[in-house]
Design a protein around this ligand. Structure first.
Ligand code: HEC
Length: 192
């Protein structure tokens, strides 16, 4: 009889411990989801987890997305497409100085995008630009510095693949780029 009481007590203690552990895990999960979603979380959820998350962690995240909404990433991308095409035609004409100029312009556009921290389809674009796109531009610079048409051609292919990889990764797989087949800038001289 004594044994069964002890066992019941032990069972109850375990059950209670389990419940506390579970609720701790749930609030940790909520915190993580909130961090991942940034501002996407509903206000009621935010209030519920406000007590859990420290205010320091919350503050910058509350402010950032407001700017992101107003930044027109598509406009910057239009420039990106333009610069990418001009890089190509300059490189094709072995006008390495002009190709380097447009790589630099593309880098500046990339840095501008990073600075605005845009969010698309709940994905942060800035880390993708920094991790995928900047290295692809640097690769292209190698070919330009070496004045190596073959290497330039290979690195240009990689650049275009990177454009498409990011579009796919951010939910814009519908926007597909290819190596230019026709020069869209008849008013500009690309030959050195
Ligand atoms: C780090 C991610 C990323 C990289 C790298 C990237 N893009 Fe984009 N691009 C996007 C996103 C996201 C959109 C959708 C923008 C929007 O909806 O506001 C977009 C939209 C576009 C558009 C549609 C807007 C328009 O003017 O028609 C074009 C074109 C485009 N990108 C070209 C390029 C080219 C060219 C490159 C490479 C040289 C490139 N992108 C690299 C993320 C990226």
């Amino acid at each position: 009889m004594k044994n069964t009481t002890l066992l019941t007590l032990l069972g109850l203690a375990l059950l209670l411990g389990g419940l506390i552990w579970q609720s701790l895990q749930v609030s940790r999960l909520q915190e993580q989801v909130l961090e991942m979603n940034g501002k996407a979380a509903a206000p009621s959820e935010k209030e519920a987890t406000a007590a859990v998350a420290s205010p320091k962690e919350n503050e910058p995240k509350e402010n950032e997305p407001k700017e992101n909404e107003h930044y027109e990433l598509a406009k910057a991308m239009g420039y990106m497409q333009r610069f990418a095409e001009k890089i190509y035609w300059a490189g094709k004409e072995k006008n390495w100085e002009l190709a380097a100029f447009y790589v630099h312009e593309a880098e500046e556009t990339a840095e501008e995008i990073i600075a605005h921290k845009p969010i698309k389809n709940e994905k942060e674009i800035a880390p993708l630009v920094a991790q995928m796109f900047i290295p692809a531009l640097e690769g292209l610079e190698e070919g330009i510095k070496a004045q190596d048409a073959l290497l330039f051609g290979q690195k240009y292919q990689t650049l275009i693949q990177t454009c498409n990889a990011c579009h796919a990764a951010s939910g814009y797989g519908i926007i597909k780029l290819q190596v230019p087949t026709q020069n869209s800038f008849p008013s500009q001289v690309f030959a050195p």
